[in-house]
Design a protein around this ligand. Structure first.
Ligand code: PGA
Length: 261
């Protein structure tokens, strides 16, 4: 796994947006796996600036959703379908019909999960999956204890995650759904390139467990250790508990330019 320490969230966003832009130049129909939450916003903003400047063409790009709340109508402003329409599809000028996501309103949730796995497979798989990380180490909504081989399925959110996400629901934790559909860890690991972005002191413990802790279901993000092309981009605060921080800095500073991210 490659760890890149950047000065701040904006620099992390720019670095990842440039990797996405390079992917889209190489493969205009690339399937981008996108994440919700506050952390990825600088990535989308930096990529949108490139789109507006004509530096990258997203007309054939496709987008796949990582997770979704169960039971929120898709037109609810906080359903991840709505959030991604607002934060990704519209600013990046991506065709709304090029969007893949699980149906959080399905009466038959297991079938909706299986259908989403099928859609991802038929689409040829995710080229680059952007990930955030929960304070508890979750990726997607794979909470601690999730099978490292899991597929798309229903999960119950931890109380911590519901409290963390209450800010999107008028600060009212009772409005945050208990259940979600999330790509499984096994599903996520099938993307060609995993890029996890973490910023802020609040993520420092989860980042240390992900990068330098044991591979263990207690920290779902540690599954990135199994992936042949995983990049962890962290700001100084999120990197503050990494034992090998100096080594990561040295490695990135001396990286051959042709390697890209
Ligand atoms: P955040 O969420 O980026 O809003 O902190 C991350 C996550 O829960 O995956």
């Amino acid at each position: 796994m490659e760890v890149v320490i950047v000065p701040d969230a904006r620099a992390g966003g720019e670095l990842i947006a440039e990797a996405m832009a390079q992917l889209l130049r190489r493969k205009p129909e690339a399937l981008l796996g996108v994440a919700t939450g506050s952390t990825p916003l600088p990535v989308y903003e930096a990529l949108a600036a490139k789109v507006r400047a004509g530096a990258v063409d997203t007309s054939r790009a496709r987008v796949a959703q990582l997770d979704e709340y169960v039971g929120l109508p898709s037109e609810h402003p906080e359903s991840y379908r709505s959030v991604l329409r607002r934060e990704v599809l519209e600013p990046l000028w991506i065709d709304p019909n090029s969007f893949l996501g699980p149906d959080g309103t399905a009466a038959d949730v297991p079938t909706a999960c299986a259908e989403y796995e099928w859609e991802l497979a038929v689409a040829g798989g995710v080229d680059l999956q952007l990930l955030g990380i929960g304070t508890d180490g979750h990726i997607g909504f794979n909470e601690p204890g999730s099978s490292l081989a899991s597929r798309t399925r229903i999960k119950t959110l931890t109380q911590q995650t519901r409290v963390d996400n209450a800010r999107f629901f008028d600060g009212d934790v009772d409005q945050v759904p208990h259940h979600v559909i999330t790509q499984g860890i096994g599903t996520i690991l099938e993307a060609q390139h995993l890029v996890l972005l973490a910023t802020g002191e609040g993520k420092a413990d989860a980042v240390a467990a992900t990068v330098e802790g044991p591979l263990a279901a207690i920290c779902p993000a540690s599954a990135l250790q199994l992936h042949p092309h995983a990049t962890v981009v962290v700001d100084e605060a999120a990197a503050s508990r990494l034992k090998l921080a100096d080594y990561y800095r040295h490695t990135f500073a001396n990286k051959p330019v042709w390697q890209g991210l």
